[in-house]
Design a protein around this ligand. Structure first.
Ligand code: UD1
Length: 421
């Protein structure tokens, strides 16, 4: 297993190009199940989660061609032999449940392993199932699997108790072939949801309101194959923004949607960083001392939960007290115990973290616990005194494309080595 080794203390200087968004590619790959001809996605990053979904699509009978160097992925779900997602694949990636909607829409039946809890919380899929049931599907749960069947899905008004991202996407994917109009209320407004709606509309779907809390989907009889370019990864962009601010760096972040990074920019400016729009992207310049800021995670356009851990790393070396409230997931502070091993002063009380900035962190041997926690430990390592080793980086490889190469090019002293322990 690999680990990342960092010698802290270098400022990050230069330019970095952000990859395509993992959370946008996954629903687009699921959308390819809606048609029986070749679909093509571009700006696709090389990530473990995307590999997992490829394995699942192949398992179901899809053909896949790829040109990783060009960021191209072609998928043809000519015949879906097994409309099923087995436990082994869903347990490694919850987002596998995104195949549920398109499978029911196209094959009238789908059997998908129920995702269990994960490191950051219980993360149920009850809202996905409630929506499908309202649209006329029959739901059966047995032996850890949910089987959803429907001769015809029909349009319905569906209110989501919480604005679930993959739930909104799953229901949009299911509703494209339904009879009549489906209305999703309190829908997720994330840019990845908008990317999926744009992609489905380019296939001939009739979706309005994506990006607001009410999405209307009028069912259509047929769709064309998908050809779409994946939006840039706002979490990767945000991670580099924090990395630059935290290391007193000066980094131009290219290929990013500035509008999608607004809340992160606001918080970094509050913390004393300069964040400037340039024709090519966003330039982030860090200044010391870093000012402590309070923030709460929220669904888009609020501060993203996927950036909480990275921002907490920065707050751990800021000049005062920062209060961080995690409202999206109930157990997303797994990185705290590792940051404390580096000398951070953090107290957790239920969903609140109180971070008292310290003068400096010291390098340590650390264990990554989930995807974004891994990134936060690498950021901490960049400013720590001495050597930091982050193991279990398979979490990192789920969602960050070549992060060590990108950081190295910005001047970090970082390498990936085989972890024989
Ligand atoms: C997606 C993102 C993930 C991000 C998260 C929140 C993908 C592939 N993953 O995950 O990176 O951290 O959004 O921005 O896009 N909930 C229910 N019932 C449901 C579904 C969700 O109660 O049926 C709750 C969850 O427990 C959680 C909240 O809703 O508290 C938000 O979760 P959700 O938006 O569904 O997260 P994901 O779509 O799994």
């Amino acid at each position: 297993m690999d680990k990342i080794v960092i010698e802290g203390g270098n400022r990050l200087i230069g330019e970095v190009t952000v990859s395509g968004a993992k959370n946008a590619v996954l629903p687009l790959m699921a959308a390819c199940l809606l048609v029986d001809d070749w679909c093509e996605l571009t700006n696709v990053p090389e990530l473990r989660d995307i590999e997992t979904l490829k394995v699942l699509l192949r398992f179901m009978g899809a053909e896949i061609e790829e040109d990783p160097a060009a960021g191209k992925l072609r998928i043809r779900a000519g015949e879906i032999k097994k409309p099923e997602a087995p436990y082994e694949l869903v347990k490694t990636m919850r987002a596998s449940v995104l195949v549920l909607g398109p499978l029911v829409a196209r094959c009238k039946r789908a059997k998908v392993s129920l995702p269990g809890g994960c490191a950051i919380g219980a993360r149920p899929i009850d809202l996905h199932l409630m929506g499908l049931e309202k649209m006329g599907a029959n739901i059966e749960i047995e032996h850890g699997y949910v089987t959803v069947s429907a001769e015809h899905l029909h349009g319905e008004k569906i209110y989501l108790d919480s604005p679930t991202v993959t739930g909104t996407e799953n229901l949009m994917l299911a509703a494209v072939y339904a009879d009549g109009e489906t209305v999703l209320e309190n829908a997720a407004m994330e840019p990845e949801v908008v990317c999926l709606a744009d992609a489905l509309n380019s296939m001939g779907a009739d979706i309005t309101g994506a990006g607001t809390d009410t999405i209307r989907i009028s069912g259509v009889k047929a769709l064309r194959p998908l050809k779409h370019t994946v939006i840039p990864d706002r979490v990767e962009a945000g991670t580099f923004m924090v990395a630059s601010a935290m290391t007193r760096g000066n980094v131009l972040i290219k290929n990013c949607n500035i509008m999608d990074l607004e809340t992160i920019s606001v918080k970094l400016r509050e913390a004393g960083a300069t964040v400037d729009e340039e024709p090519d992207g966003l330039r982030v310049i860090g200044h010391y001392p870093i000012r402590s800021v309070d923030f709460r995670t929220q669904p888009f356009p609020g501060f993203p939960t996927d950036m909480q851990a990275q921002m907490m790393s920065m707050m751990s070396v800021a000049s005062g007290l920062s209060v961080i409230l995690e409202t999206v997931f109930e157990n997303r502070f797994m990185h705290v115990s590792e940051l404390k091993r580096m000398g951070a002063d953090i107290t957790i009380n239920d969903r609140t973290a109180i971070v008292k900035g310290v003068r400096g962190l010291s390098g340590a041997q650390l264990m990554a616990t989930d995807l974004r926690a891994s990134a936060s430990l690498i950021l901490a390592g960049l400013v720590a005194e001495g050597t930091t080793e982050v193991s279990r980086i398979y979490h990192l490889d789920r969602g960050y494309e070549k992060i060590e190469d990108k950081l190295l090019a910005l001047g970090a002293e970082i390498k990936r080595v085989k972890d024989n322990g």
